[in-house]
Design a protein. Structure first.
Length: 248
């Protein structure tokens, strides 16, 4: 048999006073304002007052370099580090092994990642499309056309959203075919009049890549240090193009 519940004599009185006080217009309970309605029953207001300004909303479409790989998860990757430094709200989309044309093991290209993960969301201030190295077996013309199609879809969905394209990323020395992909993405960006950031330029300039300790034992993906250096490079490039707070 359940034991009787003994209520403290003051508990009912306190509850009564809270309920009565919240019948008064302007009463706040847990940050929600009670508003009088016909019939006298209060309900939370449906008109939420937003602050006059907010952090820019930025979306990044990419591959494993963007969403995380190995011991480095997405929240420690270059995109998250850039967002923290520049005060962005960040949404990432994509999957390992994917590209503009290559659907990878997950069966979706950058285009599909945009359509399924991002296109139904409210308009962001900026979209960054980053990648291409997984398209190594694809002809340059197909990569270029897929990139143009993707950016066109983004523009039709969100006409006032800024767009930036980032070429394929190599932390260590890049093979010759990496430059074929880079040129295809760069040409697409030029056709679309979209800012293009070129990570391979770091290899061309410094020769040794992103420095000692920047690449995981697989020889492909960045370490935490590599992501840090990549984020610093990207922040500098974005600022050089006047893109720091989500502006196109």
């Amino acid at each position: 048999m359940r034991a009787p519940v003994h209520r403290r004599p003051w508990a009912s009185a306190v509850a009564f006073l809270v309920v009565i006080s919240c019948l008064v217009p302007g009463c706040s309970l847990g940050g929600v304002t009670a508003v009088p309605v016909p019939g006298g029953t209060p309900h939370p207001s449906s008109a939420v007052t937003m602050p006059p300004s907010r952090a820019p909303l930025v979306m990044v479409i990419g591959d494993s370099f963007t969403v995380g790989s190995g011991p480095v998860r997405g929240w420690n990757g270059y995109a998250a580090r850039v967002a923290r430094e520049l005060g962005w709200q960040l949404v990432t989309a994509g999957a390992a092994g994917t590209g503009y044309v290559n659907p990878g093991r997950v069966g979706r290209t950058f285009q599909r990642s945009f359509e399924e993960e991002l296109s139904w969301r409210p308009a962001p201030d900026l979209v960054i499309v980053s990648g291409g190295r997984n398209d190594r077996r694809i002809g340059a013309a197909r990569i270029e056309n897929a990139a143009v199609r993707l950016v066109g879809s983004i523009r039709r969905r969100w006409p006032h959203t800024g767009i930036v394209m980032v070429g394929p990323i190599w932390v260590a020395k890049a093979p010759p075919w990496a430059y074929r992909i880079r040129e295809a993405v760069a040409i697409a960006a030029e056709r679309l009049e979209v800012p293009f950031l070129d990570p391979l330029d770091v290899l061309d300039t410094h020769g040794r890549g992103w420095g000692r300790g920047a690449v995981l034992p697989d020889g492909v993906h960045p370490t935490l240090l590599g992501h840090l250096r990549l984020s610093r490079w990207m922040i500098a490039e974005l600022r050089e193009h006047g893109i720091e707070a989500g502006s196109p």
